[in-house]
Write a protein that binds this ligand. Sequence first.
Ligand code: HEC
Ligand code: HEC
Length: 391
Amino acid sequence: MNSSLSQKSFRHSLFMLFFLFGTIACNDDRAGADEDNQNVFAVLSALPANVIAPATNIQSDEKRDLGRLLFFDPILSGTKNVSCATCHHPNLAFADGIRLSIGVNGMGLGAERRNGVRINRNAPTIINTAFNGIGQNANYNPDQAPMFWDSRAQSLEEQALLPMLNREEMRGPNIPEDQIMDSLLMRLNNIAEYQDLFNQAFGTSEINQSRLLAALSAYERSIIANNSPFDQFMRGDESALSEQEQEGMRDFVEVGCADCHGGPMLSDFELHVLGVPDVNGLTDRGAGNFDFRTPSLRNIALTGPYMHNGEMNSLREVLEFYNDISGNRANNAINDNLNRNDLADEARRLDLNGGDIDEIIAFLGSLTDQDFDRSIPSAVPSGLQVGGDIN
Ligand code: HEC
Ligand code: HEC
């Protein structure tokens, strides 16, 4: 009896042991997956729900709505045929979908755009530029937010002035740079509807440069896409990313992409030399500038062609470029004016052999959030063509 009891309790213990082991093994699997993702959680994160506006430009619906009209109104170009939306159009994810932008006196939108003067840069999207400068700790200062491929402007307010002054983008050949702003403000002041809207947004009907830039920026701060599958996953919904996308996300971190493309915008907002080829000798030879800011990768699947000069048409081409300049490869695909030693260390030590390009591309696709404000005004106060000469 005794022995049978002890036998029973022995069997019971064995069972308990198996049961325990089983549970540990199970937990181990989950812990293992979480552990795999620990590297990811350390360097990547979701975007916050809300944007920080500068103390000098408090966000309001009136300013945003005025900013939208200004953004689509070609009255802001010397030639009255280009608006901000000509090159940052909601139907093209607020970029223009072409290699190099075309400004004054161009016609058509996106791939249809023709004639006019070509700019020597690819147009980045303005979606989420309200978050430019944000780090993994979610801190940033909107007055110091880096703008442009080479970070030569800080803040949306400072940036918004420059396309209007630029001869190729909006100013045109006929009005000198030191007169264009006066001339644009005079035009706006002559339109009663704008006086009314500035009054609603700022409390008086005065139309000056800083109010103009404030309204444009308030609109841009409302163009946010912060709920991609990636964001949902980072906020705890494990089903938001497929196995392949998760593998790609871990590869992205492990091979070293996140050394530069880290934080909630997938950018360190630092300048680096990658030596992107300049096939046409158009975009950096004259400028002698090879330092470009790590671009955000949010909505990247929507905003090709890629790189400061739009030299690459697909994400696969971009990945093949990184494969060529990284650790184990020959001196391929590097800008003629540079040596391999000139390239950023983080780029040279990428280890794409340890990752899978298809998976990384799948992960990049999970950074897409199509749910941003695409509304286009049906008319603008100047009575000119909405968006400029884009038909
Ligand atoms: C002719 C095409 C064109 C027009 C018009 C245009 N842009 Fe741009 N935009 C560009 C290009 C090209 C760049 C990149 C230039 C560079 O980095 O040197 C850019 C860059 C930007 C950026 C920086 C984004 C970032 O992350 O660095 C913002 C913001 C922006 N534009 C807003 C505007 C606003 C506001 C207007 C109207 C006042 C405007 N753009 C008009 C083509 C254009
Ligand atoms: C040394 C820092 C660095 C590393 C490492 C790095 N990138 Fe980049 N990335 C950049 C910079 C800088 C640019 C812009 C270069 C230019 O335009 O000349 C860029 C551009 C891109 C673009 C095009 C973005 C656009 O809007 O045109 C993609 C996509 C991209 N990187 C993905 C990756 C992936 C995937 C990896 C890992 C295989 C990676 N990057 C590794 C700094 C880096």
